[in-house]
Design a protein around this ligand. Structure first.
Ligand code: PGA
Length: 233
């Protein structure tokens, strides 16, 4: 299974270093064979040798250039980073990234052979508008994306479940994952208020290949418990 931590705008580089080492020692001590990904804040990216795969939360589709505030491929190469998160709802909705921009980013990093965790998910009003509208909305987030890309991982994250403590029911998660698997055979993660107390039951669902965890992953101990659940399944 794939267990991913999105650290968002948290943990400095020093704190991230300690965090990743805590995961490494846990994984070594417990013979963990799961795929563990960590997405630190951009300025906390660093060279890392170990089992944990470090990925970027964002990067511009360029090697380098005049894109103030952004980083490019050269900056990721400096730390041998070959994994990137694209399409997270906070980038779509807070930072205003459009599907066209996301597709450019996707294609650029796909060309470079990156492992891409591509996020999709509906806001509350789309969920409340009924299944057809909701699936249409999510379907549009697949437009322009090579769903057969070999290094693709998809994360289904309902926007209204992110950071709110709300989650869809287990039946809903399983149903939507089953529908989304028809769009792409890529591993499909669930994200949105995954915590130690619900991670196990989510991981046990059919068509759930892992989890993408935000706030609860900030505690290495909690995140390690979730890694252990995946290992024990
Ligand atoms: P959350 O965030 O676990 O805090 O809901 C998940 C995410 O944004 O990836």
């Amino acid at each position: 299974m794939i267990i991913a931590a999105n650290l968002k705008t948290n943990l400095t580089r020093a704190e991230t270093g300690v965090y990743v080492e805590e995961l490494e020692s846990y994984m070594k001590a417990h013979d963990i064979s799961q795929e563990v990904l960590v997405f630190p804040a951009t300025s906390s990216l660093n060279e890392h040798n170990g089992e944990v795969i470090i990925g970027a939360q964002n990067a511009y589709p360029t090697n380098s250039g005049a894109f103030t505030g952004e980083i490019g491929l050269d900056h990721l190469n400096e730390f041998s980073i070959k994994t990137i998160l694209i399409g997270h709802s906070e980038r779509r909705h807070i930072l205003g990234e459009t599907q066209v921009e996301l597709v450019k980013k996707f294609n650029f990093y796909k060309e470079q052979g990156f492992k891409i965790v591509y996020c999709v998910g509906e806001p509350l009003e789309k969920r409340e508008a009924g299944k057809t509208q909701m699936m249409e909305y999510i379907g549009a987030q697949y437009e322009g994306i090579d769903t057969a890309y070999e290094n693709l991982i998809i994360a289904y994250e309902p926007v209204w479940a992110i950071g709110t403590g709300l989650t869809p029911t287990l039946e809903d998660i399983q149903a939507i994952h089953t529908d989304l698997k028809e769009k792409s055979h890529a591993p499909l993660l669930y994200g949105g208020s995954v915590k130690v107390n619900n991670a196990k039951e989510v991981l046990e669902l059919q068509n759930v290949d892992g989890i993408l965890v935000g706030s609860a992953a900030l505690y290495a101990e909690h995140f390690c418990s979730m890694i252990q659940f995946a290992q024990d399944i």
